[in-house]
Structures are given as structure tokens and as C-alpha cells.
Ligand binder design. Structure first.
Ligand SMILES: [Zn+2]
Ligand SMILES: [Zn+2]
Length: 261
């Protein structure tokens, strides 16, 4: 429903990453998976999740006699530190363990090093073939049409730094997370409570806004995104204020908000 509301094209989603099997993290999925089927989806869907979700979906399919128009590729998460789940030419996705009441993982999305940028002003003077432009982008030296050696550094510029996004929900305050999310451009970290419910946070394996900020600060991330607020808080201003005591660049995750990394 939220994907529709914010006009996100959900048929173009090919990979779903599910941290754990508490209802607030996956009850929407059988509906989404079914909508994809009803709209005649053809391409495969990849789901990265705890193994139990496959069982749940199979029970639903069996009882509703559903034969989907597309295939699901299952990739089960485990407790391994930094498990590579997915990789293509542009990005790698890893899972890492979180400490919650049931089995739960976080995810790290890492952009690969971008190709070198061609210096267009230099290119005109260097007399290089089209094939060698690709060679330069890959970081190689080339020989131009006049037989001269062109050093890579003389024709290219450093690419923009590659970006990363770390997702940690749900979890108790756990300094072990720091090593997995070190230096991330954006860290989403749950903050179910404020420090006024520190004991409750511990007991339910959740974190406070201040604790999320402590992780962000220790991991030296660039930006902290708070979320997963307990329904007991009707105002969210306190979350940013509390987090900023430990980490200045903190903001609230709100449905529909877009964040540029
Ligand atoms: Zn949970
Ligand atoms: Zn939750």
C-alpha cells in the first residue's frame, strides 16, 4: 500500500531483503508477492530472508491454490559475519548478525568502485580511439593513433567515491555492529525507544535513539537515519534531539521521505 501511495514501481523490484520474521517486517510481503502475480509478473524475484519465510509462503500458496506467474529464488540468511548475498557490476550486498529476540540480520549495500572519469578536455588533444576510451575508464594506459603512450593519470580523473548504506533493524544496543557499518554514508539504525525507556529497550532487544547515535559515532558514518519508533511516542522530535547529543548528523525516517546518499 505504501509503495502504491508513493508511486514506487514495485514490479521493477527484483530483490527483497528481510531482516527477521517479526510481523512488522514481513506481514506486507504475502500481499506484495500476490500483487506481483496478479499483475502478471514474468521476471524472477530474489528474496533474502530467514528460511522460515519460505515455509510461511508455501502454506499460503497451498491453501489458496496459487500458482505464481513468476519464479522466486530463495537466498537464506545466516549468522555468518559479513556474508556476501548479492553482487552485480555496480553493487554488493552483505548480511551481518544483529542481536534481537529472534534470528535477525542487518544488511550492507556497497557500491563498487566506479570507473575512472575521462577528462574530456584532454581527450580532444590526445587522438585516442573509441576502444581505448573504455581502456582508460578501466584504469589502463593506452597507445594513441600516433603511437604515443598515454598514461592513465594524464587522461582521466578520479571517480566519485563509492557509496554505502547500512540497515540495522531490529537490534539491542550492540557495539559489535560498529565493525560492519564502519564509514557508511548512511546508517539506518532502529531507535524504538528514547533513553527514558532504557530498561524496556534492553528487555525487548531494541535500542534507544541515544544508543543508535553511539553506534553511528563509533562507526564514523556520515549520516544516521532513525526509525522503528514505538507507538507510545506521539511526538518524534525527542528522537533527533536525543541522538544529536552523541551524533550531530541524525535525521528521522518518515514514510515517503527521500534521502540522497
Ligand atoms: Zn523485531
Ligand atoms: Zn520490528
Amino acid at each position: 500500500m505504501q509503495l502504491r501511495r508513493y508511486r514506487a514501481k514495485f514490479q521493477s523490484i527484483d530483490h527483497l531483503f528481510i531482516s527477521h520474521l517479526h510481523g512488522d517486517h514481513f506481514f506486507g510481503l504475502p500481499g506484495l508477492i500476490s500483487s506481483m502475480h496478479l499483475l502478471g509478473r514474468k521476471q524472477d524475484l530474489n528474496i533474502y530472508c530467514p528460511a522460515g519465510f519460505k515455509e510461511i509462503l508455501e502454506v499460503i500458496n497451498k491453501n489458496s491454490d496459487t500458482r505464481r506467474t513468476y519464479k522466486i529464488n530463495w537466498h537464506f540468511t545466516d549468522n555468518e559475519p559479513m556474508r556476501l548475498l548479492f553482487e552485480d557490476q555496480k553493487v554488493q550486498v552483505y548480511s551481518f548478525p544483529l542481536q534481537h529476540r529472534i534470528f535477525c540480520t542487518g544488511f550492507l549495500f556497497k557500491e563498487k568502485t566506479l570507473p575512472r572519469k575521462i577528462d574530456k578536455y584532454k581527450l580532444e588533444q590526445l587522438n585516442i580511439s573509441f576502444a581505448d576510451i573504455l581502456n582508460l575508464k578501466a584504469g589502463n594506459d593506452v597507445v594513441n593513433k600516433d603511437g604515443e603512450l598515454i598514461k592513465n593519470k594524464d587522461a582521466t580523473l578520479d571517480p566519485a567515491p563509492s557509496r554505502s548504506y547500512a540497515y540495522c533493524s531490529d537490534t539491542i544496543y550492540d557495539p559489535d555492529i560498529v565493525k560492519y557499518v564502519e564509514g557508511a554514508d548512511l546508517l539506518y539504525h532502529e531507535s524504538t525507544f528514547l533513553n527514558d525507556h532504557l530498561e524496556r529497550a534492553k528487555k525487548t532487544f531494541h535500542s534507544t535513539a541515544f544508543q543508535a547515535a553511539q553506534i553511528a559515532s563509533a562507526a564514523n558514518v556520515k549520516q544516521l537515519l532513525l526509525g522503528h519508533y514505538s507507538a507510545r511516542y506521539t511526538q518524534l522530535d525527542g528522537f533527533v534531539a536525543e541522538a544529536q547529543a552523541a551524533f550531530a548528523n541524525a535525521l528521522l525516517a518518515i514514510d515517503g521521505k527521500k534521502i540522497k546518499i
